[in-house]
Design a binder for this molecule. Structure first.
Ligand code: 6PG
Length: 219
């Protein structure tokens, strides 16, 4: 069970995964869901589903039943979010009410948003639902997003962040005032899973990791 991110950095990861030699990953065992989606039809150039389809799904053999995309985005955002919540409740919540999610991949915007949890939006306060619709004033659009508690239930949360434009956001995430309304990525604190950042040098810049964390360098 892997929750996918939108954005250009995760997109590059999907391209690299698609290029792996056949047999490296047993794709028949992989179940994919979307951390967030734009409320547009799935064939729209804005669609996160379309981005993943073009860069990954079209190149590997994943059973259709394992692809848990937002059903019918593009109409009423509230309906799409409710349908996605129901679908995920049936697929990733066990009989005890626990979310089973192996990994949540996340990007981060230079405004410190992650998934479609944008600063000052209503979705930040959601504690019950797996998925909600979220009006994003500055983008003048609806998004559909997993909520912070859903993402925090993952066994592993992995932020993929690259580029100079993210340096300041990374500083605010790690060392800024604790204010998740302004810096929503601060909401991401896995309940019992691990939290990792995959960063390039440009994003790290002069940033030091938070107390207790270490930076590893890989070439
Ligand atoms: C979206 C993405 C968004 C993205 C970040 C980082 O649908 O807009 O989910 O949250 O992950 O904005 O994007 P980059 O990796 O392109 O900087």
């Amino acid at each position: 069970m892997l929750a996918l991110a939108g954005g250009s950095t995760p997109k590059r990861l999907y391209q690299l995964l698609a290029e792996l030699p056949e047999g490296t990953i047993n794709w028949s065992k992989v179940v994919l869901l979307w951390g967030d989606e734009r409320n547009v039809p799935s064939d729209s150039e804005q669609s996160n589903f379309r981005m993943v389809r073009e860069n990954l799904l079209d190149h590997v053999e994943i059973p259709a039943d394992n692809i848990l995309a937002v059903p019918d985005p593009g109409g009423e955002a509230k309906t799409a979010a409710a349908e996605y919540d129901a679908l995920l409740r049936a697929k990733i919540v066990d009989e005890y009410g626990s979310v089973n999610l192996d990994c949540a991949l996340l990007g981060m915007g230079d405004d410190v948003h992650t998934a479609s949890l944008f600063p000052g939006t209503t979705a930040l306060a959601e504690t019950e639902k797996l998925v909600v619709e979220n009006w994003v004033e500055k983008l003048d659009c609806w998004r559909i997003t997993l909520t912070a508690p859903t993402l925090n239930a993952a066994s592993s949360v992995l932020f993929l962040i690259a580029g100079n434009a993210k340096q300041q956001a990374l500083h605010l995430l790690w060392h800024g005032e604790r204010d998740a309304q302004r810096y929503p990525s601060q909401l991401i604190q896995p309940a019992s899973g691990e939290l990792r950042f995959m960063l390039d040098e440009a994003a790290v810049g002069e940033n030091r990791p938070p107390d207790g964390a270490t930076l590893e360098f890989h070439s």
